[in-house]
Design a protein around this ligand. Structure first.
Ligand SMILES: [Zn+2]
Length: 318
């Protein structure tokens, strides 16, 4: 496949459309805010508008493209090409996104959730290039994961493989977004980091975070302060330890050669990665750990677009 690819990224806060070469070079990209409570129809219209701008920026017609990929911020029924649900936007249950995008573009289309797309994107274009067995995780507002096993995305029997964020870790722990208690996400996602900071401040902890109104306190603030504020550092140490423990459990099962950590919280770098690696080494079986590298995402904020392009490049023709 040598023709460029059309890539769509549908997230809770950001929409993007891009034209990407089969080698992973972004030829043109247009981004817009998702907006407040848009309907699926409004999101789709906005996306096609962005794609027209991207095509015009690239000086290409749709007919010059080989295939389209869509990275969606929520569970997707891969074989049906339909959205299962979206935790950030309403009304997406059962939307036949593959058919809609295929009908509008005339291209072969692959859609998948953002974690699977990013896992394949990192494998084809990013930090895991050349690897066959990849465990990708995103630590952001939520925590997701994507598995590449033998060079292919592993989706499981019902497209739901990779729900690392809802692995139970803490008996009687906090309530999670999924309704259960003590999931990884309930103690290490962005919202859990902000909650831990607010709780500590509410109990009288001394911290530079006091300069921020509690209602505005975010995980980003805690990550940013962690280099110099002991409370923020302790929260990030705990966050990293929980993610490292969950990754060790997953790695014991699938034996990856590389673990790629992406998402907004991971952009804080060693503040998360150092305690994460320490916990991973502590809890994984030593024979499984041999040779496993743990690295940060190379695609960063472009993981959606490049993940979608990777889906189109690898899977649209198969
Ligand atoms: Zn959960």
């Amino acid at each position: 496949m040598s023709a460029p690819l059309l890539a769509f990224d549908i997230g809770g806060t950001k929409l993007a459309a891009g034209v990407v070469s089969p080698e992973g070079d972004v030829i043109a990209e247009c981004i817009a805010a998702t907006g407040d409570e848009p309907t699926p129809e409004q999101v789709i219209e906005k996306l096609f508008h962005l794609s027209e701008e991207a095509l015009s920026g690239a000086g290409l017609a749709l007919s010059a493209l080989a295939a389209a990929g869509v990275s969606f911020g929520g569970p997707v029924d891969y074989s049906a090409g339909e959205v299962i649900t979206c935790h950030h936007l309403s009304g997406w249950e059962g939307v036949a996104l593959r058919e809609i995008v295929g009908g509008r573009t005339g291209l072969p289309v692959v859609i998948d959730n953002d974690a699977n797309a990013a896992a394949l994107g990192e494998t084809r274009f990013g930090a895991a290039r050349g690897c066959q067995h990849v465990l990708y995780t995103t630590v952001s507002t939520g925590i997701g994961a994507g598995l590449v096993i033998g060079g292919r995305v592993h989706r499981g029997a019902n497209s739901m493989a990779g729900e690392l964020g809802h692995t139970h870790l803490v008996p009687y722990g906090p309530r999670c977004t999924c309704g259960r208690m003590g999931c990884l996400e309930s103690v290490a996602a962005g919202w859990a980091i902000a909650r831990a900071a607010r709780d500590a401040l509410g109990c009288g902890a001394d911290s530079a975070l006091r300069s921020i109104p509690p209602s505005e306190l975010s995980a980003e603030d805690v990550c940013r302060m962690a280099q110099r504020d002991p409370l923020s550092r302790r929260i990030m140490d705990t966050t990293g330890a929980y993610v490292g423990l969950a990754l060790a459990r997953a790695a014991n099962v699938i034996a990856p050669e590389i673990i790629v950590v992406g998402g907004g919280v991971a952009e804080s770098g060693e503040v998360l990665m150092a305690p994460l690696r320490a916990a991973f080494r502590r809890y994984i079986m030593p024979e499984v750990a041999r040779g496993v590298r743990i690295v940060q995402s190379a695609l960063g904020s472009r993981s959606g677009i490049l993940g979608a392009a990777a889906l189109a490049a690898v899977e649209a023709a198969t």
